[in-house]
Design a protein around this ligand. Sequence first.
Ligand code: ADP
Ligand code: ADP
Length: 216
Amino acid sequence: MRLVLVGPPGAGKGTQAQYIASNLSIPKISTGDIFRANVSGGTDLGKLAKTYMDRGDLVPDEVTIAMVRDRLSEDDAQDGFLLDGFPRNVAQAEILRDMLKDWGQALDLVLELVVDDDEVVRRLAGRRTCSQCGRIWHVEFDDKKDDKCDACGGALFQRDDDKEETVRHRLEVYQEQTAPLVSYYADEDILVGVDATGPVEEVTQRAMDAIRPFMG
Ligand code: ADP
Ligand code: ADP
């Protein structure tokens, strides 16, 4: 299964990607996570990406695409993958399509996680991430009173780009650059919208129901 998750920042892509990828036994490939790992590791890629991420802008396509090409070339991605956060504009989508075609592959399905702006802002304002295992939590919805990860005990942190001003800009970037992907993939007949409101488990259930008809 070759799957893409689209949706605004805070829609729950990372949260759902954990469960969907594990249900389908495919690797979860999150460009945001790979960029953040490079930022923490102080690599050249991380230094470059950080200037864009801190502003809430997209990292240039050239850099992002090269990184995704490398990741998709790895052994574990040959029989399927779940992309979270890529593609994020039509140019990236076109290059992904051509790249897969060269390898005799194609996307099976694009899931759009649908939530309104108010909910997105609430979700991002309370988002916390585990510095050890990368799990995503929410201060209010997960009732997190301490700053420790319930899964591994690691320290939780708030992402720099989840500050209110940066969030506003990321939502504009989403509307301008990423939202056009919805009609792009609808035209290709591989888009399914999923209501991403309500409890996490219910959203996962809806996503799995949407995926099942596309499984070979
Ligand atoms: P969110 O989950 O809130 O949508 P991500 O973790 O996916 O955010 O991305 C964080 C940041 O990483 C983005 O704001 C952007 O700067 C960069 N980034 C992630 N994926 C891409 C991509 N496909 N193209 C360009 N920049 C990206
Ligand atoms: P994205 O990757 O799309 O930016 P995340 O998966 O990081 O989104 O989720 C953003 C925040 O919303 C996190 O704090 C997460 O715990 C929370 N969240 C995700 N799904 C739900 C849900 N169904 N209900 C309530 N909160 C959620």
